[in-house]
Design a protein around this ligand. Sequence first.
Ligand SMILES: [Zn+2]
Length: 59
Amino acid sequence: MSLHKCLKCGSYTLQETCTKCKEKAVSPAPARFSIEHSKKYGKYRRALMKKMKQEQENK
Ligand SMILES: [Zn+2]
């Protein structure tokens, strides 16, 4: 069982859903898994995938 943190109100809960506001709660893991970082990484990964795909098509 792991501790989760509500994305909305910041409450800690053992559930994956906040018991207070019913919002999604996530494990406050390393910073690179934060919402902001995952957005940035997702963007970067999509760009990388696109580039890789283009390179494959050029062969
Ligand atoms: Zn909450």
